[in-house]
Design a protein around this ligand. Structure first.
Ligand SMILES: [Cu+2]
Length: 491
């Protein structure tokens, strides 16, 4: 009898809870009072138009925050020890207002972890959040046990140590949480940091002087200027109207009158950015996700989908001293105004050599397709090969050290479909073709994410250097959380 009472009570509780959450679900964030008053653009579009949510221009009132370099706990010969702690905090994003945020070793975002090729790295991972999390090393060649996918959960208050050897050449990677169904929320609230892989070759650029990270993230704040993910989340991917770069709202950057390298990361949940310079001059892309390209590529604009990185060099010495130069989006939205100082020196960005984080030969790129991936759907209905993620199901296997050709197809739906950035853990792959054609030059280097338009079909050459179970998924974080993810076991 007691058992029945308990069941009835639980049922009633679930129904009430359900009703509450439905209510929340209907309270979409289009109620104007939830937006900051100083919106410079027209009214927001509703419903599906959410995905065209415009971004507010940067007014340039705040100097860009430069993340600190993470100091090691100790270094003994080739062994280096770090501690990374996921924590809660408060951050002054708006003047005089504390916003509740998450961060690594700080209240918001994370430091830059510089790792050297050949080093043995030991990282103590601490979870000081109120919820479970994982620590995923995006783009790093690492074994499945240390990769920080949804299997590697660390409970609140607990810690764990991981060890790995840095095998790849210089590159800009990043780290972020990856717990099942909670990645989008935790990244939205601030968990993301950069990893720079360095090697023995000289680097002519100096951090914070003529070498700057730019972590692009869009966020919506409520009328208390808080990040309320429950309120703004959208199953197709959450977009925000406020741009933060390195956590700075309305940033500007003072640069020297010289060549400057920017390491761009699209750290947004779903927004794509096509960047360009306001004077329509070209810049050089020198590296993609996995490291340096074979040669710098001259570009006037560059698209970055969620999780993609690019290193670009802008030569400010080419411009007139008081020229008004800004980094903008293709629709003209100002992302980052620059202020050019007189100071400058001759910087040669001659660090370009063909690099090989993983070596995939031309011969291996001629192989037949042996794995097919079909990306499909929108919102809650996203799938890979018709299935949703199941932690207990291995979808593919591959032999360690053996290159296979994967074909990725973004199958359109009745509405047309959307761009899906497809990411594979634990490796850097090479793009063989997109719709049967050679990829553009800046996609011919190593990549860990490839963006596919609806109807696109790409062939990529994939090799894993380490064993374990690895995730592959769409990097629209809400799609990942909605099950657009599979697992490959490398033996
Ligand atoms: Cu997707």
């Amino acid at each position: 009898m007691k058992r029945y009472m308990f069941m009835i009570l639980s049922l009633a509780f679930i129904i009430i809870l359900g009703a509450c959450s439905t209510n929340f679900g209907n309270m979409r964030p289009f109620d104007m009072k939830n937006f900051p008053e100083d919106r410079s653009r027209g009214p927001m579009m509703m419903g599906h138009g959410h995905h065209n949510m415009p971004l507010q221009q940067s007014t340039g009132e705040n100097e860009l925050r430069i993340p600190p370099i993470l100091e090691s706990d100790k270094e003994i010969g080739n062994e280096v020890y770090y501690t990374i702690e996921a924590q809660k905090g408060q951050t002054e994003i708006f003047e005089g207002i504390q916003t509740k945020t998450l961060g690594y070793n700080s209240s918001f975002l994370g430091p830059v972890m510089k790792l050297k090729k050949g080093q043995n790295v030991h990282i103590k991972l601490k979870n000081s959040l109120d919820e479970e999390t994982t620590f995923h090393w995006h783009g790093l060649i690492i074994d499945g046990e240390a990769d920080g996918g949804p299997h590697d959960v660390i409970q609140p208050g607990e810690e764990k140590e991981i060890n790995f050897k840095v095998q790849q050449d210089r590159a800009t990677l990043w780290f972020h949480p990856h717990p099942k169904g909670k990645t989008a929320k935790q990244v939205f609230e601030g968990l993301a940091g950069l990893i720079y892989i360095e090697d023995s070759k000289d680097d002519p650029f100096e951090y914070g002087e003529n070498d700057f990270p730019l972590i692009l993230q869009d966020r919506t704040f409520n009328n208390q200027k808080q990040l309320d993910y429950q309120f703004v989340q959208h199953p197709d991917g959450t977009m925000g109207e406020s741009l933060l770069i390195n956590g700075t709202l309305s940033p500007r950057l003072t640069v020297n009158n010289e060549k400057v390298r920017f390491r761009l990361l699209n750290g947004s949940n779903m927004r794509n950015y096509t960047i360009k310079l306001s004077n329509n001059q070209s810049f050089q892309q020198i590296a993609s996700d996995g490291g340096l390209l074979n040669a710098p590529v001259e570009l006037k604009e560059l698209q970055l989908t969620p999780s993609e990185r690019a290193e670009i060099v802008i030569d400010f010495s080419k411009f007139k001293k008081d020229e008004d130069i800004k980094l903008i989006m293709d629709d003209g939205t100002v992302l980052l105004p620059f202020q050019i100082k007189d100071k400058g020196k001759e910087v040669k960005n001659e660090i370009q050599e063909p690099l090989t984080p993983v070596t995939i030969s031309n011969e291996e790129m001629q192989k037949q397709v042996s794995k097919e991936i079909v990306l499909f759907g929108m919102g809650h209905h996203v799938t890979i090969n018709g299935k949703k993620f199941d932690m207990n199901r291995i979808d593919f296997t591959q032999k360690k050290g053996e290159t296979e050709v994967w074909e990725i197809y973004n199958k359109p739906d009745m509405m047309g479909g959307m761009i899906h950035p497809f990411h594979i853990h634990g490796t850097q792959f090479k793009v063989i073709s997109i719709n049967g054609e050679e990829p553009p030059e800046n996609l011919q280097g190593y990549k860990d994410t490839i963006a596919l338009d609806p109807g696109d079909r790409a062939k990529i050459a994939v090799k894993f250097e380490e064993k374990g179970v690895f995730m592959y998924h769409c990097h629209i974080l809400e799609h990942e959380d909605n099950g657009m993810m599979g697992q490959i076991k490398v033996e």
